[in-house]
Design a protein around this ligand. Structure first.
Ligand SMILES: Cc1ncc(COP(=O)(O)O)c(C=O)c1O
Length: 433
C-alpha cells in the first residue's frame, strides 16, 4: 500500500493517476490508523490470535514486580528464596555441563533421575513406584501441569478447580476446551466443603486439580480431606492432578500426605513435584511426574510436543540431590520455618492479623480486622507507601474472590526481612486508616 502511493505520486500525473494517488493516500492513512500498524510495521491484532492468550492480562506477579522496581520496594511478592540452594547440587550441575552429556536426553527423563525419583518417594513418602513406567521428568512443574491438562482433558470435559488456584491451571483447562467447575476455599483453614465438592462432580468430570500444600494460602490439607476427595469421585472416571510442588516445604513436623498414598487415588492420580522448590533452585525448572502407566503414557504424549525433554545436566544434579541425607531436608525446613516465624512476628508487631502458614514460602495477613476489603488496592498502596511488594490473594480467583487477604514471601535473609518489617511498622498506621 505504501509503495503504491509513492509510485503514483512520483509518476506522470494524469487525472486518473491523481485519483489513484488520492485513493491510495486515503487507504494508507486508514491502514496506518488501524491499531495493527505501528510505526508502519504490521502488528497482528489480538482478535486475529487465540483470544484466550491474547486477552490474558499481565500477571499480578509481573505487575507487582514492576511496581516494586518503580518504587524501589522490597519484593516479597514473587515466590523465590534468597538462599542460593545447596552448593553440592549446584556443583554437580556445573560438572555435568563441563564433563557430561549435553545432547537430547531421553524424553521420559534420564534413567538415573527416574530411579532417583522412585527411591526418593519410597524413602520420604513410603510409595512403591516403578521408575521405568511410572516416572517422567518435565521442564518444571508448569510443563507437567500443561502436559497433564492438555493430555487428559478433551473439549467439553468438566474440570474441578479449587480457588485460590495457581495461575496456570485455568488458562490450560480453557485451552484444552475443558469446562471449569470451581470450588471456593476460604480462610482461615482453606479446606473444602464436601457438599460444595459433591455439587460440582458429575459424569462429565474428567479431572480435579488440587494443590497441597496450597499456594498462596500456605495451608495443608489433612489426610481426611484427601480421603473425602477420593470418596467424592468414587464411581466416576475422574482423574486427580495433584500439584505437590511444596511437598518438602512443610512445617511444624507435619508429614506430607501425597495423593498417591490415599486409598482409591493411587491408580487415578498424577503427582507433580518440582526440583525448584525441593532445592530452593526455582530457576531450574525440573518437574517430577509420577502416575500409573496408562495415565502417564498419555501425559507423556503431550509432553513430547511441549518441551520433549529437560537439560540433562540439571537432571543429573537433581538425581544426585534427591538422594541427599534427611539432614538436608530437615535443615531446609527448619531454616524456612524460622523465617516464617520471624516475619510473622514482625507482621504482628506492625499490627497485622497473621493467618497460619503450614507450608510453602508464604504467609498471609487478613485485612478484615483493619476494616479493609480491597486487597489489590491495599497492595498498590503498600508498594508505594511502605515500599514493600506483596500479592493480593484475590488474584488467585476467577470468580467469587476472597478480597481481604494479602500474601507475603518470607523466604528471605534476616536483613531483608528486618528492613521489610521496619518499613511495615512505619507505614502501617497510615495504611490502616
Ligand atoms: C502451586 C505451584 N505449582 C507450580 C509451580 C511452578 O513450578 P515450576 O517452577 O517447577 O514450574 C509453582 C511455582 O511457584 C507453584 O507454586
Amino acid at each position: 500500500m505504501r509503495r503504491l502511493a509513492l509510485t503514483c505520486t512520483r509518476g506522470v500525473a494524469t487525472p486518473s493517476h491523481r485519483l489513484d494517488a488520492t485513493l491510495a493516500r486515503h487507504r494508507l492513512r486508514v491502514h496506518l490508523a488501524r491499531p495493527n500498524v505501528i510505526d508502519g510495521r504490521h502488528q497482528q491484532r489480538p482478535s486475529a490470535m487465540n483470544p484466550l492468550f491474547a486477552s490474558l492480562p499481565t500477571t499480578i506477579f509481573e505487575e507487582m514486580s514492576q511496581l516494586a522496581r518503580a518504587h524501589g520496594a522490597i519484593n516479597l511478592g514473587q515466590g523465590f528464596p534468597d538462599d542460593p540452594g545447596p552448593e553440592d547440587v549446584r556443583r554437580k550441575a556445573a560438572e555435568a555441563v563441563v564433563d557430561g552429556y549435553n545432547q537430547y536426553p531421553s524424553m521420559m527423563g534420564i534413567p538415573e533421575l527416574r530411579r532417583a525419583i522412585a527411591e526418593h518417594y519410597r524413602h520420604h513418602q513410603g510409595l512403591d513406584i516403578d521408575a521405568d513406567t511410572e516416572c517422567m521428568v518435565t521442564s518444571g512443574a508448569t510443563e507437567a501441569l500443561a502436559a497433564s491438562i492438555l493430555g487428559l482433558v478433551a473439549p467439553g470435559d468438566e474440570v474441578v478447580l479449587f480457588e485460590p488456584a495457581y495461575d496456570a491451571y485455568l488458562p490450560l483447562v480453557r485451552q484444552a476446551g475443558g469446562i471449569p467447575r470451581l470450588v471456593k476455599l476460604s480462610p482461615p483453614d482453606w479446606r473444602f466443603d464436601p457438599a460444595a465438592l459433591a455439587a460440582v462432580i458429575s459424569p462429565k468430570t474428567k479431572l480435579l486439580v488440587i494443590n497441597n500444600p496450597l499456594n498462596p494460602a500456605g495451608a495443608v490439607w489433612p489426610r481426611e480431606d484427601l480421603e473425602a476427595l477420593a470418596k467424592a469421585i468414587e464411581g466416576t472416571d475422574a482423574i486427580v492432578v495433584s500439584d505437590e510442588v511444596w511437598e518438602h516445604v512443610i512445617f511444624d513436623g507435619r508429614p506430607h500426605v501425597t495423593v498417591l498414598s490415599v486409598p482409591g487415588l493411587r491408580e487415578r492420580s498424577v503427582k507433580i513435584g518440582s526440583a525448584g522448590k525441593i532445592f530452593s533452585l526455582t530457576g531450574w525448572k525440573v518437574g517430577l511426574v509420577v502416575a500409573a502407566p496408562p495415565i502417564l503414557r498419555v501425559v507423556a504424549k503431550a509432553h513430547q510436543f511441549l518441551a520433549f525433554t529437560t537439560a540433562p545436566n540439571l537432571q543429573t544434579a537433581v538425581a544426585y540431590g534427591l538422594g541427599k541425607d534427611d539432614a538436608y531436608f530437615v535443615d531446609m525446613r527448619a531454616r524456612l520455618q524460622g523465617q516464617r516465624d520471624y516475619f510473622s512476628a514482625g507482621l504482628k508487631a506492625a499490627g497485622f492479623t497473621v493467618l497460619p502458614s503450614a507450608g510453602t514460602y508464604f504467609v498471609c495477613v487478613d485485612l478484615k480486622p483493619l476494616g479493609l476489603s480491597d486487597d489489590a488496592a491495599f497492595c498498590k498502596r503498600l508498594v508505594a507507601e511502605a515500599k514493600v511488594a506483596a500479592i493480593p490473594v484475590s488474584a488467585f480467583y476467577s470468580g467469587d474472590a476472597v478480597r481481604h487477604v494479602v500474601r507475603f514471601c518470607f523466604a528471605k535473609n534476616e536483613a531483608t526481612l528486618d528492613e521489610a518489617i521496619a518499613r511495615l511498622v512505619r507505614a502501617a498506621p497510615a495504611l490502616a486508616a
